[in-house]
Write a new protein. Structure first.
Length: 397
C-alpha cells in the first residue's frame, strides 16, 4: 500500500460579517473587471495579429491601477487580481491547445463569484483563517477536519447563486493511499429508470432529486417571472429559485459521492461507456432526466477517485452495441427499441436489457485490460482508456 501525493481541496461553508461580506463583494467585482479588461486587451491584440502573454497583462494591470477611473482596484488585495490574469492565461492556453472554446467575458449576474488567494495573501494558524485586507478571521464551519499539519497553498472564497459563502483550502492530503490490488472488476451501465446497473445484476434506484422539488421549483420560477426587472423583489425571487436548485444539487452530489466511493473501494477495474452527454441532452424529451442523472459527473468522480486509490477506469466506445449483444452467445439483435426492457436471444437466454449491457461492457473492458487491443484515449482526464468502435450502427442510449 503506497501513499499518493494528492493535492486536495477541502471546502467549507462560512458566515462573514457585514464588513467581510462587503470586502469580498468588492473583491469579486474587481476580479471580474480585471479579467474582462485583460480579455478585451488580448482580443484586440489578437485582431492585430499580436499576442499578449501573462507578463504583459500584468504590466497592464499596474498601469490600470494608476488611472483615476480604475483607482478603486487598489482598495482590494492585489493577489486575487493577479490570479485572475493567471486564470485567463490558462483559458487561452486551453484555447490554443484546442481543449476549450475562446474565453468569454464574465457577467455580473451570471458568472461565478470567486477570488483566489495565494499563501502571501492569507494567514492560517490554529484553525483560524484571515485574508488580506481583513481584520477578523472568517467564521468557518469546520464540518470535517483538515489533514494533520495541513498548510494550504491557496484559498478560494466563493459565493453561490443562493447567497451561500464557501471557502476552499487546497493542501496536500497524505491520508489518501492506494488500496490493496484486487481482481474484482465491474461493468457499469448508465440509465434513467435505474441510476446505475452493474454486471453483478445489482441496480441502483434513481432518486430523481429534481422531480422531488419540481412543483416548488416551478412555483418559484413563476413568481420570479412576474417580478419587475432589476427590482429588489426580483432579486429575492431569484434567490428563492437558486436555493431550490442548490438543495437539489447538494442531494444529488451526496448520492453520487456515496455510490462512486463504494465502487472504487470494492473494484480494481471499472468499465463504463463513453457517452456523449452533451449531444444526448439535445433530445427535449430526455434532457431533464439525463441532466438529473448527472452521467458526466459520475464519470468524473470515478476517474479522479480511481487515480487517488490506484484503480483503473476503462471507457468503452459509445458505438459498442452493448444492449443488442447477447452476453451468453454473442448474437447481435437487429433492433432494440428503448421500450424493450427484456429480450430473449437465439440461444434461449432471457436478458434484462441493462444487466446484459453491463455484462457486455465488462467483457469489452477486460479485453482492453488484458491485451490493450482497440484502445484509444477519449478524454484528457485520468483513466482515459477507451475500447475502439466495434460496430457501425449506433447503440440505443
Amino acid at each position: 500500500m503506497t501513499t499518493s501525493q494528492v493535492r486536495r481541496a477541502f471546502k467549507y461553508r462560512f458566515y462573514p460579517t457585514d464588513t467581510q461580506a462587503a470586502e469580498l463583494s468588492r473583491t469579486f467585482g474587481c476580479v471580474r473587471k480585471v479579467y474582462n479588461l485583460a480579455l478585451a486587451a488580448r482580443t484586440e491584440a489578437w485582431a492585430r495579429q499580436e499576442r499578449v502573454n501573462y507578463n504583459q497583462s500584468s504590466a497592464m494591470l499596474t498601469a490600470w491601477k494608476q488611472t483615476e477611473e480604475l483607482a478603486y482596484l487598489n482598495e482590494v488585495s492585489s493577489v486575487p487580481l493577479q490570479q485572475a490574469l493567471r486564470h485567463l492565461q490558462v483559458a487561452f492556453t486551453n484555447f490554443f491547445g484546442k481543449r476549450a472554446e475562446y474565453p468569454r467575458f464574465k457577467s455580473r449576474k451570471k458568472s461565478r463569484k470567486s477570488a483566489e488567494y495565494t499563501a502571501s495573501a492569507f494567514r492560517f494558524r490554529d484553525g483560524e483563517l484571515r485574508l488580506a485586507k481583513m481584520r477578523e478571521s472568517l467564521r468557518i464551519v469546520w464540518s470535517r477536519p483538515l489533514p494533520d499539519d495541513a498548510s494550504p497553498s491557496t484559498v478560494t472564497v466563493s459565493q453561490d447563486a443562493a447567497g451561500r459563502w464557501f471557502v476552499s483550502l487546497l493542501c496536500d492530503d497524505p491520508s489518501i493511499t492506494h488500496l490493496p490490488t484486487t481482481d474484482a472488476a465491474i461493468g457499469i451501465d448508465a440509465g434513467l429508470d435505474h441510476l446505475r446497473t452493474f454486471s453483478t445484476g445489482e441496480k441502483i434506484a434513481n432518486p430523481r432529486h429534481e422531480r422531488r422539488d419540481r412543483v416548488a421549483l416551478a412555483k418559484a420560477q413563476r413568481r420570479l417571472a412576474k417580478k419587475a426587472k432589476d427590482s429588489a423583489n426580483r432579486t429575492k425571487a431569484r434567490h428563492r429559485v437558486a436555493k431550490i436548485h442548490a438543495r437539489i444539487a447538494d442531494r444529488r452530489r451526496d448520492t453520487l459521492h456515496k455510490i462512486t466511493t463504494r465502487l472504487v473501494r470494492e473494484n480494481q477495474t471499472l468499465v463504463i461507456e463513453d457517452l456523449t452527454v452533451r449531444n444526448m441532452v439535445k433530445n427535449r424529451k430526455l434532457a431533464r432526466a439525463i441532466s438529473d442523472a448527472a452521467w458526466s459527473q459520475v464519470r468524473s468522480m470515478l476517474e479522479y477517485k480511481a487515480a487517488w486509490y490506484g484503480r483503473e477506469v476503462i471507457a468503452v466506445d459509445r458505438w459498442f452495441p452493448s444492449s443488442k449483444l447477447c452476453s451468453s452467445c454473442g448474437t447481435l439483435a437487429d433492433e432494440m427499441p428503448l421500450s424493450v426492457r427484456t429480450w430473449t436471444s437465439e440461444c434461449g437466454t432471457t436478458h434484462d436489457r441493462d444487466v446484459n449491457a453491463a455484462k457486455n461492457l465488462l467483457a469489452a473492458g477486460r479485453a482492453v485490460a488484458a491485451c490493450g487491443a482497440g484502445v484509444r484515449p477519449q478524454r484528457s482526464s485520468p483513466g482515459g482508456q477507451s475500447a475502439m468502435k466495434q460496430e457501425t450502427s449506433r447503440r440505443e442510449p
